[in-house]
Ligand binder design. Sequence first.
Ligand SMILES: Cc1cc2nc3c(=O)[nH]c(=O)nc-3n(C[C@H](O)[C@H](O)[C@H](O)COP(=O)(O)OP(=O)(O)OC[C@H]3O[C@@H](n4cnc5c(N)ncnc54)[C@H](O)[C@@H]3O)c2cc1C
Length: 311
Amino acid sequence: MTREGDVVRAAACEFARAFEARLGSGRLRYQEPLAPYVNWRVGGPAEWFFIARTRTDLIVAVRTAREAAMPVTILGYGANVLVSDTGVAGLVILNRTEGMEVRGEEIWAESGMNLVTLARRACEAEIGGFEFLMGIPGTLGGAIVGNAGTREEWIGERVLEVEALDERNEVLLWSRAQLDFGYRRSRFQRTSEVVLAARLKGYRASRASIEAKMQRMLEARTHQPSGPSAGSVFKNPPGDYAGRLIEACGLKGYRLGGALISEQHANFILNTGGATAREIRALIQLAKAAVRERFGILLEEEVRFLGVWDS
Ligand SMILES: Cc1cc2nc3c(=O)[nH]c(=O)nc-3n(C[C@H](O)[C@H](O)[C@H](O)COP(=O)(O)OP(=O)(O)OC[C@H]3O[C@@H](n4cnc5c(N)ncnc54)[C@H](O)[C@@H]3O)c2cc1C
């Protein structure tokens, strides 16, 4: 056993001890497989894994890991991530903080709130403006990070302010103007801040009109490929569609092992059973290279890669 190995082990024990002292014993898991927690159903284990049920859980877990100089990754529903087959080093926090309050036309919700539940509760409170979330799998935090939405509507438009834990472990309030929302973009993609909660604003609408719009949203989704995926792999380039470009390269139905470029929508990659993250990643790179060569357009990934990748 090397001295270096001893030091690493001692640091891990110290971290686990500090963590359990603050958050309770039996809640921190070691080498937890991540595939069941992500929509693509692939990927290796989290070195350390914790499910945050409350805002305090989330803040204390992040602080404790950072004090141990451990990388922290927040996972919502894993609907927009590809986890590497070798897994993710450090602490992965599954965010299930689901507090929500309605105040007039405003909603305050914690970042682990499920998007569809949020839309349904807004409907019950006769608040319109959240119908587009029907059919988008994920948490509010993940949606804010990626400014999730449809072609017409996106979450950033509904955000008044976001409460976040910054890199110095301080809780800050950012107003929408400070959040740099753009097409599938927000400030949180270039910081290590953790989204804790958000104040959102809708508008008064009748329950019947909200329900009708929600139904339309769900019907629009019936054309979407079914099966484990992360939705659209690439952002649409200005004035075009990533799916159209990939299809024009003849890649619809192209398969690598268990990973398949959907026959229905070429911007979706499906895990048809037994795919590895490496196969999915290779298909992403292949589609990107083909579109670049044929059209001179560099597609940008919408999905985010977690863990270590060799290329
Ligand atoms: C079938 C299908 C359809 C989809 N359709 C759409 C669509 O129409 N429009 C659309 O925009 N997207 C769509 N997506 C993608 C996905 O639903 C969204 O990106 C969603 O917002 C992901 O949320 P999540 O909680 O699963 O995030 P995750 O995938 O868990 O995380 C995404 C990123 O955000 C980070 N993150 C998550 N939570 C936090 C937090 N609290 N603080 C800081 N960082 C955080 C993660 O570390 C990761 O980098 C679709 C996906 C699928 C599978």
